[in-house]
Design a protein around this ligand. Structure first.
Ligand code: FAD
Length: 500
């Protein structure tokens, strides 16, 4: 049998995507399996603004075997229990999209069906009262899960905020310690095999030629290999997600160390606020059809918690997806594979998911087309499901006070989202598609938070009598309150465990 194993892997790009890929391949394949080289250019630099994550990053960290406290110390990291949305459904309204579930499902019926029933009968308890994460976030509390039996304290879902530049540096050290070689240099041309167009080598400005058998394109928005060389094509989603620019600026920390990301709707988009140990990351994501760059920067600078620590940085993007993330012997991971804007912090997760799928379908030098097709189909489905969830935030709004909000409120949304609306609008039902990233808790949080209300409650919520439902929900509220009271402050938790 001939040896067809991949012996040389070239990763193009050293941003978050490049170094996450290098760390994972370095750890799981190891230097004896294949030589791994990462090429990046200091002159070009990285996007470097991806600073908020979702809980799935814990799986990636555990796969690498990282010490979480060390990781937070090295990246000036903080904890995230969810996202607070300000002024989204309507001006003056605030809601929280927490990690982890609300309450508990009972008698095989989802918790939100019971909540909906009581709510429609006039009960005014906010859904936040049933989420430990939402309650703790409101009071700036945090702790990790403890062994407390069936208590919600045993399963506290959380993610992180971190400094993207420090994260790349941290993963670089990790990857280099596992045999990945970093090559500084700007790629000026790409060589393809004359017989079938497979990539053979990248050529640096210095004239050096880097040959490989598998190329991973982590070159960012430009898609140096996947698009500029292999012409994979791009599906533009600007008609559903019209924000196409961002201006970012860090500022000094504020006294309250919030364990959540804040997203505040603005006239032509929204502003993020991400608290780290040494600063707060801020940015205004906006539609250039509705506001100028100068106005966006001025709005951002007028809405900071403290003094800016740098000049505002402008970024441009086109929301959408690469039509094929894997072509021939090149796999696109990170921004080179597409970009859904950062409203629910999904980009880093999609990097992680791309790496996981690549490992699941890791090729040999014959590059079986069936695996490539499967990878592309799974990538497409995953990213379309995330897209629908993000579109929901813009479209399910009462806001019509600016041309931007009026446009997104009245736009035609994808058919897959229309179906979710139809199901929710009658009886408040939510169905998670297969292994869709955002589960029914997330859809419920955002649909309810944005102001959607079903015509009637789910009939199966009547499996419990009204008195029993009221008593059980009161009990859940009381348990959540008691648990939240036991949690220390976020600042104290970091000081005692992972201060940079
Ligand atoms: C405004 C904004 C906010 C965001 N916020 C979040 C967030 O909160 N959470 C989240 O999960 N994600 C977020 N993201 C996405 C996140 O920033 C990216 O997913 C992440 O940074 C990965 O980027 P990358 O590594 O793919 O590309 P980049 O960071 O652009 O890295 C590209 C690399 O390729 C190299 N390169 C390019 N061309 C060449 C060449 N010719 N020769 C050699 N090297 C080359 C560069 O030097 C660089 O090292 C945000 C994105 C934007 C735009």
């Amino acid at each position: 049998m001939s040896d067809t194993r991949i012996r040389k892997i070239v990763i193009v790009g050293g941003g978050t995507a490049g170094w996450m890929t290098a760390a994972a391949l370095g750890k799981l394949l190891g230097p004896n399996y294949a030589e791994i080289v990462l090429v990046e250019s200091d002159e070009i630099g990285i996007v470097g603004v991806g600073e908020a994550t979702i809980p799935q990053i814990g799986i990636f960290n555990r796969m690498l075997g990282l010490d979480e406290n060390e990781f937070l110390r090295r990246t000036q990291g903080s904890f995230k229990l969810g996202i607070q949305f300000v002024d989204w459904g309507r001006k003056g309204h605030v809601y929280f999209h927490p990690f982890g579930p609300y309450g508990v499902d009972m008698e095989g019926v989802s918790f939100h069906a019971y909540w909906q029933r009581l709510h429609q009968l006039g009960d005014t308890h906010s859904v936040d009262a049933y989420s430990l994460q939402a309650m703790a976030a409101k009071e700036n509390r945090f702790m990790r899960s403890i062994d407390a039996g069936p208590s919600p304290l045993s399963s506290i879902a959380y993610a992180f905020h971190f400094d993207a530049g420090l994260y790349a540096r941290f993963l670089r050290d990790f990857a280099e310690a596992r045999g990945v070689r970093r090559q500084e240099g700007k790629i000026v041309s790409v060589e393809q095999r004359s017989t079938d167009g497979f990539i053979e080598a990248v050529v640096l400005e210095s004239g050096e030629r880097l040959e490989g058998e598998l190329f991973i394109d982590c070159s960012g928005f430009r898609g140096l290999l996947i698009e500029q060389t292999l012409k994979a094509g791009y599906e533009d989603w600007t008609h559903w997600l019209p924000c196409d620019r961002a201006v970012a600026v860090p500022c000094e920390s504020a006294p309250a160390f919030t364990p959540y990301t804040r997203s505040t709707a603005r006239d032509a988009g929204w502003q993020w606020r991400i608290p780290l140990q040494h600063r707060i990351g801020n940015g205004y994501v906006y539609s250039s059809d509705h506001i100028s760059d100068d106005e966006a920067a001025a709005t951002l600078l007028a809405n900071l918690d403290g003094k800016p620590l740098a000049d505002p940085r402008m970024l441009r993007f086109v929301t959408g997806r690469r039509k094929q993330a894997w072509v021939k012997n090149c796999v696109a991971i990170g921004l080179s594979s597409g970009f859904i804007e950062p409203l629910e912090s999904t980009s880093i997760h999609l990097i992680q998911s791309g790496i996981a799928k690549l490992l699941q379908m890791f090729p040999d030098r014959t590059f079986p087309q069936a695996d490539i097709d499967r990878f592309n189909r799974m990538t497409k489905r995953e990213v379309e499901q995330v897209r629908d969830f993000i579109v929901l935030h813009y479209n399910a709004t009462e806001r019509d006070d600016t041309p931007f909000w009026d446009q997104v409120r009245t736009m035609d949304v994808p058919e897959s989202l229309k179906e979710k609306y139809r199901l929710f609008k009658t009886t408040g039902r939510i169905f998670r598609e297969d292994d869709e990233l955002f589960n029914d808790t997330s859809w419920f949080a955002v649909m309810t938070g944005q102001g959607l209300t079903p015509e009637r409650f789910d009939p199966v919520a009547e499996v419990l009598s009204l008195e029993e439902t009221r008593a059980r929900l009161a009990e859940i509220r009381s348990v959540m309150r008691t648990c939240a009271d036991q949690m220390p402050g976020h600042a104290d938790f970091i000081r005692n465990n992972c201060a940079a």
